[in-house]
Design a protein around this ligand. Structure first.
Ligand code: EPZ
Length: 422
């Protein structure tokens, strides 16, 4: 098993190119199941998650070719049930359900199950499918949805923590080939949902209102192949903006979309990190001493839960009290105890973490628990004095394309090592 060895204390300097978005690419890859014609997707990040999704699409009968960030998928002939173990291993694969239901009128996939950050039920996905007329059966660890004819309908998709991103994506995809008009109320407004809608429209779908809480889909008889370039990854971009501030460096992000990062840029400014636009690039550097800030995660356009952990690493360096409240996932503070190994002073009180910042961090062996927690540990290690070993970095490789290479280009002292005896 691989780990990172990081020698901290070096301010990051230079340019980094932001990759395509994992969370846009996964549902867009699933959407190619909606047509029997080839689709060409550009700027698909080369990650273990996207490679996993390719395996799932191939297990359904599609063919795929992945070269230099361009993915050609042809779902000429497909079957309605995917390999149990494959789907069970990656939550994001739930978004094959909508396209299979739309194209084949049935979908049988393993229940995704919970993950370390929360229970993550799919009741809202199933509520949406049922509203379109599908019969839902849960048996033997599988969820099966079947329908004689998908019929347009209105459905409210708001849940305990607000809208659902992949639930909105799934119901939107299912409705594209339905009869009549579907209206999704309390839809997720994330840029990844908008990117998916743009791809579906390129395939011939009739969709209005993506990016707003009300999405209207008018069903069409058939969809065709299309080409699409995936949006840049706003979570990867936020991670590098925060790393620049945490190491007191200056980093230029190439290809990032500032308009997708407003809540993050606003909070960084409050914490003393300036992010300015220079031409098509974003440049991040400290504008003053780091300052405490309170953060509450919310659905888009609020502060993203996928940046909460990284922001905690920054605020652990800012003298004073910061309160970070996680409103989306019920157990997304796994990084707190590992940050404490590096010397951070953080207490958890219910949905909030109270960060007493300003204590200098020092290197130590730490363990990654999930994708974004691992990014937070890398940022803290870069800012810490001495060496840190971050183990279980397979979590990081799920969502960051060549993070160690990119960081080394910015001057970081980071090595990918094979763990002895692991
Ligand atoms: C997407 O997950 C992202 N994953 C997550 O990113 C991200 O954290 C999340 O949206 C929120 O922004 C992908 O796009 C692949 P949700 P998703 O359904 O769609 C509850 C990362 O680090 N809920 O919007 O699965 C749910 O439990 C990952 O890249 C229900 O109650 O998240 C949660 O509390 C982690 N019932 C809240 O809604 C449902 O049927 C939001 O979840 C569905 C969700």
């Amino acid at each position: 098993m691989e780990s990172f060895l990081i020698k901290g204390g070096v301010p990051l300097h230079g340019e980094v190119a932001i990759s395509g978005s994992k969370n846009a690419a996964l549902p867009i890859m699933a959407a190619t199941l909606l047509t029997d014609e080839p689709c060409i997707l550009r700027r698909v990040p080369d990650l273990s998650d996207t490679r996993f999704m390719v395996k799932i699409l191939e297990s359904l009968g599609a063919t795929a070719r992945f070269e230099g960030g361009t993915l050609t998928i042809h779902a000429r002939k497909i079957k309605g049930y995917a390999d149990y173990d494959l789907v069970r291993k990656m939550r994001g694969s739930i978004c094959i359900a909508g396209p299979l239901l739309a194209r084949l009128k049935r979908a049988r996939i393993s229940l995704p199950g919970g993950c370390i950050i929360g229970a993550r039920p799919i009741n809202l996905h199933l509520k949406g499918f049922a509203a379109l007329g599908a019969k839902i059966k849960i048996e033997g660890g599988y969820v099966e949805a079947s329908v004689r004819k998908l019929t347009g309908n209105s459905v409210f998709l708001g849940g305990r923590a607000g809208p659902t991103v992949l639930g909105t994506a799934n119901v939107m995809m299912a409705a594209t080939l339905g009869e009549g008009v579907t209206v999704i109320e309390s839809a997720a407004c994330e840029p990844e949902v908008v990117d998916l809608a743009n791809f579906l429209r390129a395939m011939g779908a009739n969709i209005a209102g993506a990016g707003s809480p009300t999405i209207t889909i008018t069903g069409v008889a058939k969809l065709h192949g299309a080409e699409h370039e995936v949006i840049p990854d706003r979570i990867e971009a936020a991670t590098f903006l925060i790393a620049a501030g945490a190491t007191d460096g200056e980093v230029t992000l190439k290809g990032a979309r500032g308009d997708h990062l407003r809540a993050v840029i606003d909070k960084l400014s409050e914490a003393g990190v300036a992010v300015e636009r220079r031409g098509a690039n974003l440049v991040a550097r400290r504008k003053s001493r780091l300052k405490p800030a309170d953060v509450t995660t919310m659905p888009y356009a609020g502060f993203p839960t996928d940046v909460q952990a990284q922001m905690m690493s920054l605020l652990a360096l800012a003298p004073g009290i910061s309160i970070i409240t996680e409103r989306i996932f019920e157990s997304r503070f796994m990084h707190v105890s590992e940050l404490a190994r590096l010397g951070a002073d953080i207490e958890i009180e219910g949905p909030s973490a109270i960060v007493k910042g300003g204590r200098p961090l020092s290197g130590a062996p730490v363990m990654a628990s999930d994708l974004r927690a691992s990014a937070a540990l890398v940022i803290a290690a870069l800012a810490a004095k001495g060496s840190t070993q971050v183990t279980r970095i397979y979590h990081l490789d799920r969502g960051y394309e060549g993070m160690d290479l990119k960081l080394r280009k910015l001057g970081a002292r980071i090595e990918r090592t094979e763990e002895q005896g692991a």
